[in-house]
Design a protein around this ligand. Sequence first.
Ligand SMILES: NC(=O)c1ccc[n+]([C@@H]2O[C@H](COP(=O)([O-])OP(=O)(O)OC[C@H]3O[C@@H](n4cnc5c(N)ncnc54)[C@H](OP(=O)(O)O)[C@@H]3O)[C@@H](O)[C@H]2O)c1
Length: 299
Amino acid sequence: MASILITGGTGLVGSNLCNLLKSKGHNVLILSRSKTKKTNVFHWDIEKKHIDNEAIINADYIIHLAGAGIADKRWTKSRKKQLIASRVDSTNLLFEKVKELNPNLKGFISASGIGYYGAVTTSKTFAETDSSGNDFVSEICKLWENSVNQFNTLQIRTVILRTGIVLSKKGGALEKISNPIKLGFGANLGTGKQYIPWIHIEDLCNLFIEAIENNNLNGIYNAVSHEHCTNKTFTKTIAEILNKPLWLPNIPSAILKFILGEMAVILLEGSKISSKKIELTGFKFEFPTLKKALTDLLK
Ligand SMILES: NC(=O)c1ccc[n+]([C@@H]2O[C@H](COP(=O)([O-])OP(=O)(O)OC[C@H]3O[C@@H](n4cnc5c(N)ncnc54)[C@H](OP(=O)(O)O)[C@@H]3O)[C@@H](O)[C@H]2O)c1
């Protein structure tokens, strides 16, 4: 049994991960911006550089998930700053506190995103050795990963999971994509040819646990399922599972760009991402195909 401190443990991935870790007998501690009297929930204030010391001292491992939601609000100048600071300043603060209070931490595991490679639609399959893209989300991921890599200087095992779109029953992207289809108003976005790298939430949580329990995991891994699918396939598979018709024409890119501004790029572009590296470690996906994942989540 290990004591695992999770930042962002109240979020979509974090809350599922906490439950799974507890069911496996681990002691789970949460670091949150909210002040609460709940046991095992500790407070931090990133701007004020405050973390309840106990949280750091008692942790064997840290899983870092905290970050303002990338697709929650339009990317204004101040929102962009917040998206970066909530990930990078938080990692820097964790690093300073670990260095001071718990330099023998056994591992630091952090989320990152497949947005690292840039939002482009190409025939290329991106692997961990590929360089970063040139857009805003790649910039976030690059800065985030650089801050995480500081933990290597303390000889702490560091794992970064470049995560695809997380599919879950409640919340997250799947709810947003499947709701209009449920109502009979589903449509492909833009050309529909852009890839959507995805992962079932259960596989992602298992992967975080693997990163804790398997000392051989070190460095960067793409956390995506190995079945590549386009926006068109994705929409069609949901409609088939829900037994709903798809009759509307594609939603034009220009409309999405008008509504969402620069953020539209995350819906309109996407390439294939390789899961080879994590699979070569022996990790087995419970939901390797989109049909299996969506049937589990939507039925
Ligand atoms: N979900 C996906 O499809 C997906 C895909 C790729 C990468 N990721 C990354 O994986 C991580 C977890 O994803 P998720 O879907 O679980 O996210 P989420 O549901 O939005 O939860 C993130 C958590 O971060 C904390 N947070 C929110 N705004 C913050 C801010 N301004 N400063 C500091 N902390 C803040 C919140 O915890 P408190 O309120 O308790 O502080 C929140 O519960 C995120 O960093 C996300 O970027 C997610």
